[in-house]
Design a protein around this ligand. Structure first.
Ligand code: GRF
Length: 229
């Protein structure tokens, strides 16, 4: 791949999705190059992971800017200019971006969210999914638009909610799917396989076949009281 799109991954904490993107981009055939990992917190654990892999990192501490989001974003964009950034992947980045920033990066900025949007935007998605009693939960990669956790959807993965699930067990299964779909969705965007039609994203990729149902709509062994068959 001659023209890999120079991508910044923005984090605030653990950085496991960032790590999944870095792993995918280690393949020279992957259409995006992670040219920068930027954190708004100096103590973000993900920074070390990027550092030891030789990926350029930047810290732009949001708290230094108080409520001045425009100045904070200008400082981030100065870093993007230094590193020639073309695409942005938000990966657990815990700042709400201004409309101006979002419109400047429109169509070039993606986010991963731990629910099947438009269900459960915002925080505490796994606890809210359990409280709502949904049978399928999951994650979404979407282009970023001004509304929080809105924007054209590129990819989703669904996981069954199991009777014995806790917030932690459900989060772990969803996170494993996040690590699968985020690298795929960023690759589609970087390779020019995403087009927008009336606010809907069309993705040139193989459609999935069949349906995921939970519980299985066929007779089967009855579960025991702890939910296991
Ligand atoms: C992920 O669940 C992601 O969907 C959400 O924030 C979490 C970040 O986790 N936006 P990590 O930092 O990528 O491990």
């Amino acid at each position: 791949m001659s023209q890999r799109r120079r991508t910044a991954v923005l984090i605030s904490g653990r950085g496991s999705n960032m790590a999944a993107l870095l792993a995918a981009a280690a393949d020279p055939a992957y259409p995006a190059e992670i040219a920068l990992v930027l954190s708004n917190r100096a103590d973000a654990a993900g920074l070390d992971h990027a550092r030891v892999r030789g990926v350029p990192i930047a810290v732009v501490e949001s708290r230094r800017f108080g409520r001045d989001r425009v100045a904070f974003e200008a400082a981030m964009e100065a870093e993007f200019a230094v590193h020639g950034i073309e695409l942005i992947a938000l990966a657990g980045f815990m700042r709400v971006l201004t409309e101006g920033f979002v419109s400047r990066w429109s169509g070039r900025m993606v986010n991963i969210h731990p629910s099947l949007l438009p269900a459960f935007p915002g925080l505490d998605t796994h606890a809210r999914a359990l409280a709502a009693g949904v049978r399928l939960h999951g994650c979404t990669v979407h282009l970023v638009s001004p509304g929080v956790d809105e924007g054209p959807i590129l990819a989703q993965a669904a996981v069954p909610v199991l009777p014995e699930d806790t917030e932690a067990s459900l989060a772990a299964r969803v996170l494993a799917e996040e690590h699968r779909i985020y690298p795929a969705a960023l690759a589609w965007l970087a390779a020019g396989r995403v087009t927008l039609e009336g606010g809907i994203a069309r993705v040139m990729a193989a459609p999935a076949a069949g349906a995921l149902c939970n519980p299985l709509p066929v007779p089967g062994p009855l579960p025991t009281s702890n939910g296991k068959s």
